[in-house]
Structures are given as structure tokens and as C-alpha cells.
Write a protein that binds this ligand. Structure first.
Ligand code: HEM
Length: 461
């Protein structure tokens, strides 16, 4: 029942809606098409027809857990060879999802977060040491590169007691290179014709096999070091190795633990790195907003060299800067939802049980009916409590929705707010005047080529 759903006008037989398609930016391509075709539309590429939804009303309906659930498709399904039945890529019906969710959820409780705080501070100290050096040498900093070092070290150390030594390296850790390779490969599989993929992607597939093998090896080493070495301090890995399910007594298998560790090492750093990078971009572009955020940090933190756990959530304005960055560029930019039973979306689009659609979060976050005619403008005040209350539910979804929403949300928000606070307090950010935001895609989004100049903080204004 697709005929009521608009599609691009120039469909090429066999091939599909490929006119003007850029294979490197499939998501931004869909955003462009979506702006023209409206809140629900479809595109066809090489036989696969995908329905996209972004209107606030339809997306809100798809957030109804009694009618819809997560669909493991496209990019997420393409990651199954990497992450198997790990939390992110598990099918809803796989028993390991509930088991792992129950075993790991306490690792994201308030108490657990508080226990990660000291390590987050320590890792941020490594970053500022490095940035102090670059500043002293008058060199700009590579924002996405360094944010990736920071977030990878943070999840690896807090979750698994592992030190990748990212800040001691000039090049990215090979784990990151292999991960980016695997993400790009999963993205490309979405845009090549399925039957031809093995031929067209022969060399890419070989490289991907090597990347996945490297990821597995790295993770096996991390797990083995824990099993043969001293216990951790109750981190995520300890929980997976030691905890039986409180009701069933079941335990995670070694193979599933491997899948979870890969999942957390990837999901736990790539998106947070992008979120921090976009936020720093917008802060550098909007000195007035940066000044206001910095004043809040000074007021709430004073000169305490190391802010306490509770002082982080009190940075309300900094948090709004982060929310507004995630509104414009949600770094995990889409999620898929499938109908649990036959249903009719928006009262007009019949969907059979199992039929699915992709929610395009960047367009949902810019729907003028919700966010106004100036939805493209960066304005953290949109997240003032009064403004948030005035908006309909399910209109801000950077962490997905429902039972399968992001388990690491609080982790990411605590880490990112802490880091932004520390950086604002220490530096003034100066953009390269020639820089125009370009967004790179590797399933996730990242500002491409973003560098910033750092200035010593001018005496308290
Ligand atoms: C799931 C976004 C940080 C671990 C998700 C989903 C989104 C998302 C949209 C749902 C995907 C879907 O429906 O298919 C983000 C963003 C982050 C972030 C934007 C940072 C700004 C983190 C962190 C961790 C993490 C720090 C771990 C420490 C996970 C896991 C899932 C998930 C394990 C799968 C949950 C499940 O299905 O049970 N995330 N995430 N994420 N995220 Fe995050």
C-alpha cells in the first residue's frame, strides 16, 4: 500500500531513485529529498524500497510501543556480523537481549555513573594536557580526532579497565580505524544492489573481514586480561562475567560477552564524540552563547579544579547547548520501527505486521510545525524548561525511543557536559574563518575537517 506515499519524480527502471545520489552521504541525501516530499516519503534504490518518516505527528505515532517496536534493518542489520546479538543489534525476540539488558542496566544507574566520574575527569585531563601543548605551539586542534580519543578512552577505561593509550599516539588507534572501516562498509551495503554486492565489493569485503577480525581480537584480549588478571572494580565487564540474572540465574555466554564488549566500545564512543564535536563547532560559531555557558561554569563550579559529580548536572545551560547540537545533528541520525500488528499510520497508510519505516531524526528535529520557522537556527533556549513543556511528546529523539532506546544516554550526557564545562572554563574557542560545516557519514555523523584555535581564557569577564 505504498501508492499514497510520495516518491521522487525521476525513477529509473531497475535502478531506482538514484538521480543526484551521492553514495558518500546517503543520509543527507534523504534529508534533501525529504524536505521536498514532506513528512512521509519513499525512495527506491536497486529494488529496495524504503519508507522514510519525519513529520512530528507520524513519528510520534511510531513511538507508541503498543503498535510499533524497533526494527533491526539497514545499517543496524549490516552490523550483525560485527555485533551479533549484542544489545544494539539484537532482534527483539532474541533471549539474549533481555538477559543482557537486565544484567547491564545497573551499570548505568546513578550510583554506577558516580563511580565513573573520577575516570572521566582523568581522561579529560589527558585531553587538556594535549590541548595546552597545541595552544602553546600556536597549532589548531583536530576536534573530531581528539574527541574520539577522549570518548574511546572513557568508555574503555570506565567499562572495561582498558587503556588504549590514544593520547600517546599521533595516529588513531587501529581499533578506531577498524571500527570506522566496519561502519563505512555497513553503510555502503545499504546503497549497492544486493545481488551484485559480493562482486562490487570484493576488495571492500576482504578489508572488512580483516577489520572485524581485528575488532574481535582486540576485544578477546581485553576480556582475557580481566579473566587472568586482577578483578575490575565492578565495571561493565565484571558485571557480564560475574552476574547471574536475578530471577533466572542465567549467565551471558563468552561469545555474547564478546559481542557486548564490541557493542559498547563502538556505541559507547562514536556518537558521543560527534555530539561533542558539533557542540564545540556551534560554541565557536556563537561567541555570545559560549560566553553565557562559560559564565554558568564559573558560577556553578567556582575554582574547584575537579568538579564533583553533582556539579555536572547543575550546568543547565551547557546541557542545553548539547541538546541543541543533538537537535540539529543527532549523531545516530535514524532509527527503524516496525508494526507489531496490522495498523494504519496517520489514519491513511496501511502497514502490515512487520512492515517498517525509517525515522529521519534530523528532519523530525527541524519540523517547522514543532520547532518554528527558524528551526535551522542554533538556539539553546529552545531547551528551557517552559519551552520543553510546551512541545508535544516524542519530538526530540536523539537517543531513540521505547524499550530499545539508548542505554548509555546518561553516561553520554554526563561525560559530554563535564567535558564541555572543563573546556569552556579553560579555553576561548576561535574558528577557522574559512570553515563551513561539512558533515561526514559513517552510519553516524561527524563534522568533517573541523579544527579550532584555542586562546587562553581571558581574565574572568
Ligand atoms: C542505542 C544514540 C551514546 C550504548 C541507541 C539508539 C540511539 C542511540 C538513537 C537507538 C538505536 C535504534 O533504535 O536502532 C546515542 C547517542 C549517543 C549515545 C546520540 C551519544 C550522544 C551511547 C553510549 C553508550 C551507548 C555512551 C554506552 C556507554 C547504546 C546501546 C544501545 C544504544 C548498547 C542499544 C540499546 C538496546 O537496544 O538495548 N543509542 N547513543 N550509547 N546505545 Fe546509544
Amino acid at each position: 500500500e505504498l501508492h499514497r506515499i510520495p516518491r521522487p519524480p525521476h525513477r529509473v527502471p531497475l535502478v531506482g531513485d538514484v538521480v543526484g545520489v551521492n553514495l558518500r552521504t546517503p543520509l543527507q541525501d534523504s534529508l534533501r529529498v525529504g524536505r521536498q516530499l514532506g513528512p512521509i516519503f519513499r525512495r527506491k534504490g536497486f529494488g529496495k524500497e524504503i519508507v522514510f518518516v519525519w513529520g512530528a505527528k507520524l513519528s510520534g505515532e511510531m513511538a507508541d510501543e503498543s503498535r510499533f517496536a524497533k526494527h533491526v534493518g539497514l545499517g543496524v542489520a549490516n552490523l550483525r556480523p560485527v555485533a551479533g546479538d549484542g544489545l544494539f543489534t539484537a532482534y527483539n525476540h532474541e533471549p539474549n537481549w533481555q538477559l543482557a539488558h537486565d544484567v547491564l542496566a545497573p551499570g548505568f544507574s546513578r550510583d554506577a555513573m558516580e563511580s565513573y566520574h573520577a575516570m572521566m575527569l582523568e581522561v579529560t585531563g589527558r585531553l587538556t594536557d594535549r590541548w595546552d601543548g597545541e595552544r602553546a605551539a600556536g597549532r589548531p586542534v583536530d576536534v573530531p580526532g581528539d574527541m574520539t580519543k577522549l570518548t574511546l578512552e572513557t568508555i574503555a577505561r570506565t567499562g572495561f579497565g582498558h587503556d588504549f593509550g590514544s593520547f600517546e599516539r599521533t595516529r588513531p588507534h587501529p581499533f578506531v580505524t577498524a571500527m570506522v572501516g566496519a561502519l563505512m562498509y555497513a553503510q555502503r551495503l545499504n546503497v549497492v544492489p544486493v545481488p551484485l554486492a559480493p562482486v562490487l565489493m570484493r576488495s571492500a569485503t576482504r578489508r572488512n573481514d580483516a577489520d572485524v577480525a581485528y575488532l574481535n581480537r582486540t576485544v578477546d584480549d581485553v576480556v582475557e586480561a580481566r579473566i587472568n588478571g586482577p578483578a575490575g572494580d565492578g565495571d561493565l565487564l565484571d558485571r557480564m562475567l560475574d552476574t547471574a540474572h536475578p530471577e533466572t540465574g542465567e549467565r551471558l555466554t563468552p561469545e555474547n560477552i564478546r559481542r557486548q564488549v564490541i557493542t559498547f566500545l563502538i556505541a559507547g564512543h562514536e556518537t558521543t564524540s560527534g555530539a561533542l564535536s558539533f557542540a564545540l563547532h556551534y560554541l565557536a560559531q556563537h561567541p555570545d552563547i559560549a560566553t553565557r555557558a562559560r559564565a554558568e561554569v564559573d558560577r556553578v563550579w567556582g575554582d574547584t579544579p575537579q568538579p564533583a559529580y553533582d556539579q555536572v548536572a547543575r550546568l543547565r545551560y551547557v546541557r542545553r547547548v548539547l541538546d541543541e547540537s543533538l537537535r540539529l545533528w543527532p549523531t545516530a541520525p535514524a532509527y527503524a520501527r516496525e508494526a507489531k500488528e496490522d495498523t494504519v499510520l496517520g489514519g491513511v497508510h496501511p502497514m502490515r505486521r512487520g512492515a517498517w519505516a525509517l525515522v529521519l531524526i534530523p528532519l523530525l528535529h527541524r519540523d517547522p510545525e514543532v520547532w518554528g520557522a527558524d528551526a535551522e537556527r542554533f538556539d539553546p533556549d529552545r531547551f528551557e524548561p517552559g519551552a520543553v513543556r510546551a512541545r508535544p511528546a516524542h519530538t526530540f529523539k536523539p537517543f531513540g525511543t521505547g524499550a530499545r532506546a539508548c542505554i548509555g544516554r546518561q553516561f553520554a550526557l554526563h561525560e559530554a557536559t563535564l567535558v564541555l564545562g572543563l573546556l569552556l572554563r579553560r579555553y576561548e574557542l576561535r574558528p577557522d574563518p574559512a570553515y563551513r560545516l561539512r558533515v561526514a557519514e559513517r552510519l553516524t555523523l561527524m563534522p568533517e575537517g573541523l579544527t579550532l584555535h584555542l586562546d587562553r581564557r581571558s581574565p574572568a569577564a
